[in-house]
Ligand binder design. Sequence first.
Ligand SMILES: NC(=O)C1=CN([C@@H]2O[C@H](COP(=O)(O)OP(=O)(O)OC[C@H]3O[C@@H](n4cnc5c(N)ncnc54)[C@H](O)[C@@H]3O)[C@@H](O)[C@H]2O)C=CC1
Ligand SMILES: O=C(O)[C@@H]1CCC=N1
Length: 267
Amino acid sequence: MSKTIAIIGGGNLGLSIAEGLTAGGFLSPGQITITRRNTTLLQPYQQQGMTITSDNAAAAAAADVILLAVKPFQIREVIREIAPSLMADKLLISVVTGVSTQEMRSELLEDKIPAIFRAMPNTAVAIRESMTCLSHSKAKEDQVNWVLELFSQVGRVVIIDEKLMDAATVLGACGTAYAMRYIRANIQGGIEIGFDAKTASLIAAQTVKGAAELLLQKGTHPEYEIDKVTTPKGCTIAGLNEMEHQGFSSSLIKGISASYVKIQADK
Ligand SMILES: NC(=O)C1=CN([C@@H]2O[C@H](COP(=O)(O)OP(=O)(O)OC[C@H]3O[C@@H](n4cnc5c(N)ncnc54)[C@H](O)[C@@H]3O)[C@@H](O)[C@H]2O)C=CC1
Ligand SMILES: O=C(O)[C@@H]1CCC=N1
């Protein structure tokens, strides 16, 4: 069934999702409304046929699906603004970090509570290669299927329990930044052993992409793939062991835990 969607908060993530949905043909530009307080920056999207407005309540009233993509400190004000426009048969999807379904529900009017989804994509949504973790509350099967279909337009999707949503934020969304640091360190090392920056960047990024694809396409365990690279007494195991002596895996695990603790502390 074809639905209209209002993206409340046309920033990095909101605009990337709008682009991904139209690029894949899942929605036509005419089915999408994007809001932002200053709509000047949304002009290119209007030229593509999307509706742009600063009126959140009107956008929410006119749409079947409302996707909240504002910063965490802005969500309560926005929910209060759109609450009268919601209906029980609409879908509310939030990509906002750290704000629970329960908190959203408490801002809504008792007789107008829609099915609520939380989604945690990452910035690779811009090239339709996101990993999106999804949870839902009181949604019907056809609504779940529609939202699954929506996020599969911009990458891979997995349904998780809402209590894992903070963990999903760390592993799936912050994870993009961790991966970038890993690649950057490879580039720095690559330059030290002789490559120019451009060549080192290409080699580092494509090597990481290939390694990830091996796991995704073959479903193997990383250590199984590592065994294939490590010749006894060879250079790979020498490098890997030195990395571990320096705390490589431990530093990543501690970093992931620190991000998680920070989300909990900010609540
Ligand atoms: N950047 C990331 O990797 C990820 C971010 N998130 C979450 O997604 C949300 C959005 O993140 P970004 O797109 O990076 O932020 P952003 O700051 O780029 O976008 C937020 C947009 O909302 C607009 N806005 C603010 N108040 C508004 C209002 N009252 N009405 C309409 N629009 C309003 C802002 O002008 C801005 O364009 C955040 O809650 C973030 O935690 C989730 C997953 C990944
Ligand atoms: O660091 C942050 O606040 C957000 C959460 C997910 C990605 N970035």
